[in-house]
Design a protein around this ligand. Structure first.
Ligand code: CO
Length: 291
């Protein structure tokens, strides 16, 4: 990896780590969900960086992909288990990091995903398989009485791209991709009191452009114009000014110009925790950019 690329990954990681910590402090019982999301996203812009995806703030059984809607009236409540998942980029080079804020009394659940992450990171080195990382994560979560979420994984990162190979499983697997020096990826264990599988809810706030195709509908064309500077990175419907937004987005989804990322949830009443860091594989181990 070139030094200047490495420097940008490290810069993005430093900003993401600082804002993750500061942002977590904003999440308190009684605080407005929308105000917290706006505040944290603003911190990224103020730091001179960009958002690699809309700030994800997912509650309780929701594991991922929730963010504030434009008129969101939700308020953080006593007992909430809040996942804060932040993606920062510097010139397209991404740092993806997450933590859980416990507004209830679930220290062991929070510890399970955090220890899973720490254990996997301690094993990262060239020649190690992603299956070994998944097995380490599984062990830490299971030994505390929870289930890892099997159908969510860590993922490789590339310039302006948040999901590239390899996938890093959160469950026990044999073999899989072999780690190499210079690989950049995020490890993100999820621990759950539910079934350890997420499925899509109806709520969708996050989308991503997949293809550049001509569209005729004027509102859809205006939305494409608004999201052009995202360079294919996910965006939030809250960010858009278009008046006929529902029609524009549904048309673009149907014509496969964009895709929807619905909220992903374990079973109702369950609780999910998450921890995530981004790292670069080095000759001896790894450099955690978001530490
Ligand atoms: Co991630």
């Amino acid at each position: 990896m070139k030094d200047e690329v490495m420097d940008k990954y490290i810069e993005a990681g430093k900003i993401a780590s600082e804002i993750r910590r500061k942002g977590a402090g904003e999440i308190k019982v009684g605080a407005s969900y929308l105000a917290v999301v706006d505040t944290i996203e603003e911190m990224v812009r103020d730091a001179g960086a960009g958002l690699a995806f809309p700030l994800n703030v997912s509650l309780n059984e929701d594991a991922a992909h929730d963010t504030a809607s434009a008129g969101d009236e939700r308020v953080f409540a006593q007992g909430d288990v809040v996942k804060l998942d932040l993606g920062v980029h510097v010139d397209g080079y991404i740092a993806d990091t997450a933590m859980t804020v416990d507004l209830g009394d679930h220290p062991l659940l929070v510890e399970a995903s955090a220890r899973g992450l720490a254990s996997a990171i301690s094993m990262v080195a060239p020649g190690v398989t992603v299956g070994e990382l998944g097995s380490a994560i599984h062990e830490e979560i299971e030994s505390r009485g929870f289930r890892p979420v099997a159908n969510l994984t860590g993922h490789g990162l590339d310039r302006y791209r948040i999901h590239t190979p390899p996938n890093i499983p959160n469950i026990r697997l044999n073999g899989g991709a072999v780690l190499e020096e210079g690989m950049v990826f995020a490890i993100e264990p999820f621990a759950s009191t539910g079934i350890g599988q997420v499925s899509e809810k109806h709520r969708t706030e996050i989308y991503q452009q997949l293809a550049v195709k001509p569209v005729r509908l004027p509102s859809a064309r205006r939305v494409l114009e608004e999201i052009r500077q995202r360079q294919g990175m996910p965006f939030s419907r809250r960010w858009l000014n278009e008046g006929k937004l529902d029609l524009a987005l549904s048309t673009l989804v149907r014509s496969q110009v964009i895709r929807a990322y619905p909220v992903l949830s374990d079973v109702p009443g369950s609780l999910v925790s998450q921890a995530e860091h981004t790292l670069i594989v080095t000759s001896e181990g790894c450099l955690v950019t978001t530490a």
